[in-house]
Design a protein around this ligand. Structure first.
Ligand code: NAX
Ligand code: ADP
Length: 496
């Protein structure tokens, strides 16, 4: 797991590393710039390309000047450097790098008043502002950013796209530089995981610049990034002499005549994520489809969904995919709530909770898996993703539940004030039914006895990893294909 730092904590990590390694901040800047150049070389190997570096006057600008000098030494002759100096003072390390730039024979152009910038370069390096940005761009910088965006160049941002706040995006429409790729130092920035950052960058890559990892990991943060190693330590191999009873019995209450497929997808996810037994509670009209498509899955007769005592034999109770929100669906959710046991609820079960105002009946230890709209229906509207995430952090702690807030970067939010960011997934997965498979996977992991937070971390990770594997070969991946890929992904996670 990686702790995601605030800009202030990042500065402390810089200072700590500088004193611990007995180096100067200038050396650290040089190392960061070298790391950027190495990553840049891998993307822009043609040395004849025309490059325009736009630098501010802070340390991000200092990086920009060092990068320009290093690129020239690498043999890129077509370099221009512009320094935006509408306001502000030069940082000490910027000034030293300015002198070094001139010594290297590069004379920068100073932009002190708004005007036209030359727009013929194929590549732009954006080093106007980095993690020091503490207010939205004013008119002059905004105009410059718009000119850069209009150049049609391939834009590489240094550390943070200029205009994007590193912790939480500023309110309103993004008015900064739009980068193709950001090479960011040591840690992704918190705002990179919020969907508003899509306006600022298409992708980011993290570069190790040698900051002290122990110091970074000692910092308190409300955001933690999951890594492949976490799966290896969380996952448990199948045991010798084990049998189907060892791995739990999941009940999935799902499906309606028009949306039986959602129930089948959830059941398929559940089977493939290793539940010992999977039972579906679906309307009778779905039984033929179930027996044909998933012969391993059992069905619960409708009459048994009227009696809480009959549910005691299941190790996990899950509901929602394709359930519908009519009276009979609500009666099923009501029955589950009366058991007083932790529940796994998704999709229509969440809508039923919201519509009937049953949220306060939810037992501690439950898991909810809303997407944005379901979340807002349950917990109230949010003006942006940061507010939504902060609400999720508060609700999970207050209600002692785990919220899986789904998105490109899904947030697993257990009680305790920390969101675990799932890095796996691919836009090829943006298709109906994907969430149903995730619910089935989570049910299987809970049935196998994983704690709620661990089940959600593992489940989201393997679900996204399955999508990524398929997306490496396919334009779009179906939910059934993702479910089918899960056993191989689990094996891979355990062995690697
Ligand atoms: N030793 C270090 O501290 C290192 C810092 N590095 C670089 O330093 C960057 C951070 O540098 P700084 O803290 O100097 O900050 P920036 O260079 O990001 O910003 C410069 C200054 O601009 C001012 N400012 C903020 N918002 C503004 C706005 N909207 N309009 C006009 N001015 C505004 C602030 O006073 C800020 O300090 C990182 O992103 C990274 O690129 C790297 O060189 C790694 C080492
Ligand atoms: N662009 C994307 N990148 C990564 N993961 C995605 C993307 N789009 C969807 N997913 C994943 O697919 C799932 C979609 O869930 P949900 O919206 O509930 O789907 P549905 O209700 O259609 O089954 C989530 O787990 C989400 O993380």
């Amino acid at each position: 797991m990686q702790t995601i730092l605030t800009a202030q904590q990042m500065r402390l990590a810089d200072e700590h590393t500088i004193s611990q390694r007995s180096i100067s901040s200038l050396t650290l800047m040089e190392e960061a710039s070298r790391a950027f150049v190495n990553a840049f070389l891998a993307c822009e190997a043609d040395k004849k390309v025309s490059i325009h570096v736009f630098a501010g006057q802070g340390n991000n600008g200092g990086d920009g000047l060092a990068i320009a000098r290093l690129l020239q030494a690498e043999g890129y002759p077509g370099l221009q450097v512009s320094i935006a100096a509408f306001t502000g003072r030069q940082s000490a390390d910027f000034s030293v790098n300015l002198a070094r730039l001139k010594e290297a024979g590069i004379e920068p152009v100073w932009i002190t008043v708004p005007g036209r910038v030359p727009d013929s370069s194929a590549v732009v390096i954006d080093a106007l502002f980095g993690s020091g940005l503490n207010r939205p761009l004013d008119e002059n910088y905004n105009r410059l950013a718009a000119q850069i965006n209009h150049m049609g160049a391939r834009v590489y941002a240094v550390d943070v796209p200029s205009g994007l706040a590193s912790e939480r995006p500023f309110p309103g429409e993004y008015n900064g530089v739009r980068a193709l790729r950001t090479f960011t130092f040591q840690r992704p920035k918190r705002s990179f995981f919020l969907p508003e950052s899509a306006a600022a960058q298409q992708a980011f890559e993290v570069l190790d610049i040698g900051l002290d990892e122990r110091f970074i990991e000692s910092q308190h943060s409300d955001m933690v990034l999951l890594e492949p190693e976490d799966m290896r330590s969380l996952l448990r191999p199948r045991k010798p002499f084990s049998h189907k009873g060892t791995y739990g019995h999941a009940l999935l209450v799902a499906g309606s005549p028009a949306t039986m497929g959602a129930a089948l997808l959830a059941a398929k996810g559940c089977l493939n994520a290793g539940a010992g037994l999977t039972t579906l509670a679906i309307p009778a009209s779905g039984l033929t489809a179930l027996n044909t498509a998933l012969p391993e899955v059992m069905a619960l007769p409708e009459a048994e969904m009227a009696n809480a005592a009959g549910l005691a034999r299941f190790s996990v109770l899950a509901a929602g995919p394709g359930l519908g929100t009519d009276e009979s669906a609500a009666a099923k959710v009501n029955l589950l709530l009366t058991t007083g046991r932790p529940l796994l609820l998704d999709a229509d079960a969440l809508n039923i909770l919201a519509d009937r105002q049953w949220l306060d009946r939810l037992p501690c230890g439950s898991v909810l898996t809303p997407h944005m709209k379901e979340f807002d229906r349950l917990f109230g509207p949010a003006t942006d993703w940061n507010e939504r995430l902060e609400n999720a952090l508060g609700q999970a702690t207050a209600r002692k539940i785990t919220i899986v807030l789904k998105n490109q970067y899904t947030f697993v939010v257990p009680p305790g004030g920390r969101a675990f960011v799932n890095p796996t997934g691919d836009p090829a997965m943006a298709q109906g039914g994907m969430g149903d498979v995730l619910t089935g996977i989570l049910a299987a992991l809970l049935a196998q006895g994983y704690a709620a937070d661990d089940a959600c971390k593992i489940g989201c990770y393997i679900h996204g990893a399955a999508g990524m594997r398929l997306a490496s070969q396919q334009f779009v991946v179906s939910a059934s294909a993702v479910a089918a890929e899960i056993p191989a992904v689990l094996k891979h996670c355990l062995l690697n």
